[in-house]
Write a protein of this length. Structure first.
Lengths: 336, 336
DNA sequence: TTGTCGGCAGACAACGTTGTCAGGCGCCTT
DNA sequence: AAGGCGCCTGACAACGTTGTCTGCCGACAA
């Protein structure tokens, strides 16, 4: 296994100085065409590959790399964000370190630290932590940070997210307006800001609708579709089962839909989910959801990050995108 | 904005030599506890962050980073691979550059070149190119490469994939055995090895089943669900419409299912898809698919890559995973 | 002819880190 | 007391690159 050739090797072959090779590689002016040709031949002969690590070390400028830390790159929501960020980054030649946090605070800290060591220019974060002040030193020393999907806490950083609370309220009001009073709520870990806000929206709507909150209808801390299925199944066994379900995240909605179908109640118990998901419109009945423009969210977040890296100054910006209720059938089922 | 402090700064504050700081940071032996404590205090005071770029430059060892180039990180198949690779990588502290190729050869070449410049240790590739010999120089100079999902061509590299041809044959034979003779085939770009192999399997099955191939039932070059929907819709308008559809990729299957549903034929035209997808079991009727163990594929590929990076020698290994036909209803519909 | 100027090329140091080696100090042995 | 050994510590060079500066050469003007 040969080792990669360096500018020094190229210089030796082309019989020029190392610096001249550097000039040719970087398309700097001040090299006569003849010499440049000589150098280029040598570069090709030796299959020269530029070493960006060394270059960046010397230049001390941007590395054209960012970190994108998401909840789970295999989840369609995170994946869509990643893809959107990748697309805006590619245009400027920026590459992306991607990683999943699985809501583990410690993993977030370790990954951030690791990526900082690798001199990333920016960080796009869907945080697992609920306090982001640990990043303030990094921001002070030049790291650009944009938080996506969740609120920033304890840090002056840009943020792109949706109004989860009002989105959830709209969903539950939709069910109330169809006559439901026994509305279940499925939620992820309450430590997740998004989940907590959606729960707050659920409570808001019940309260202003004059409906008492029944803890039997509240299932929180659900971490996946299967658990959501179980939760709904057991609620359906209650003496007074819920007549409608509001589910706080796409995976939970799929789990809830399965539970209803298996119980033969898909057409009699209403269902509204937060987050759209593939094939939501193809189920029977099609699933009513609170939709957010994930692609726009990712693109905006990516753009804001790149702008910050490019040097934009100014106070942190918070972009709160709207959500849309998409009625498809499941959410318009009346109570019995 | 202050600049990050270096070992030199720490050394100055702790009144020791730079090298002693290096020893403490790297947990090397040979520093008295007293001095080490002094240094650690200084490290904390200055919020020292290790510079891996400089470290790697000097050490000339592994950078503990790999590139993962997939078709589209937002596609559930690619995303699942990415996630599996991430999981095996994280264990060894390896970080992942992720990117989407969208079947564009030029993008693959550029990304590879960019990542090589960043000194990645390995490359996990779902190639857009059909000739991978351009990588042989990189392999010779120390890059480990594993190709996933598709065959390797012109390069001595490891590979993890499924037997697409036989999987497709099984799917079509399944339809034949239920009595179908007019079986449509939906496929992606024929330049994609996977798509071509599946088409070959389709043709194999028809031939050995004694069924003549009808070009009207062949729709190739379909790049997304919508196009697949259109293709199926127009086939259903034929004088002799197909009685069954075999779809060559998950997105196309979703598109086909939609077309059948919209035409009111979901229960009368059979459908089998290659690749499983979320909610395939929740549609009406549930969709019969050729399933592959994507998670295993990603994990294996990642492990092989990390082993190569760790120095495993020997000839390239090719792992061909089996596929499974999962009958769910849509594929068992008989012809009229 | 001399002085100057522009274009080109190379020597050198530096980015932040680590491997190598040499030196100093205290302690033990003879 | 002299020698030797082990433990710490630091000076130095090097990884591959690039910014700065100096110097050379030929051409042109005075």
């Amino acid at each position: 296994m040969r080792s990669r050739s360096t500018m020094r090797d190229v210089a030796a072959l082309a019989q020029v100085s190392l610096k001249t090779v550097s000039r040719v590689v970087n398309n700097e002016p001040g090299v006569s065409p003849a010499l440049a040709g000589q150098v280029r031949t040598a570069l090709e002969q030796l299959d020269y590959r530029h070493n960006l690590a060394a270059s960046n070390l010397r230049r001390g400028q941007h590395t054209l790399s960012i970190g994108v830390l998401l909840q789970d790159v295999a989840n369609s929501f995170s994946a869509a964000i990643l893809r959107a960020v990748e697309d805006v980054s590619r245009i400027r030649g920026v590459v992306v370190f991607a990683a999943s946090l699985d809501e583990e605070e410690e993993r977030e800290r370790q990954l951030v630290s690791n990526l900082i060591s690798r001199q990333i220019d920016g960080l796009l974060l869907m945080p697992a932590t609920s306090d982001h002040s640990y990043l303030s030193h990094e921001v002070r020393t030049g790291l650009s940070v944009v938080v996506v999907d969740r609120q920033v806490i304890g840090l002056r950083a840009d943020c792109v997210r949706v109004d989860n609370r009002s989105g959830a309220r709209v969903a539950v009001e939709h069910l109330l307006s169809h006559g439901h009073r026994r509305i279940a709520f499925l939620s992820d870990l309450p430590s997740i800001e998004t989940a907590a806000s959606r729960q707050a929206g659920y409570l808001d709507a019940l309260r202003s609708g004059g409906v008492k909150v029944d803890p039997d209808y509240l299932a929180v801390g659900l971490r996946g579709a299967d658990v959501a299925t179980d939760a709904v199944r057991s609620m359906l066994g209650l003496e007074q089962p819920p007549t409608a379900v509001f589910s706080g995240r796409n995976e939970l909605t799929m789990g809830a839909a399965r539970a209803l179908r298996q119980a033969g109640l898909a057409r009699s118990v209403a269902l509204v989910g937060f987050d759209d998901f593939t094939l939501a419109d193809s189920l029977e009945p099609a699933v009513t959801v609170i939709q957010q423009d994930v692609d726009a969210e990712g693109r905006l977040a990516g753009q804001m990050l790149l702008e910050r890296i490019a040097g934009r100054e100014g106070p942190p910006r918070e972009i709160v995108l709207p959500t849309t209720l998409v009625p498809r059938g499941s959410g318009e089922i009346p109570p019995p």
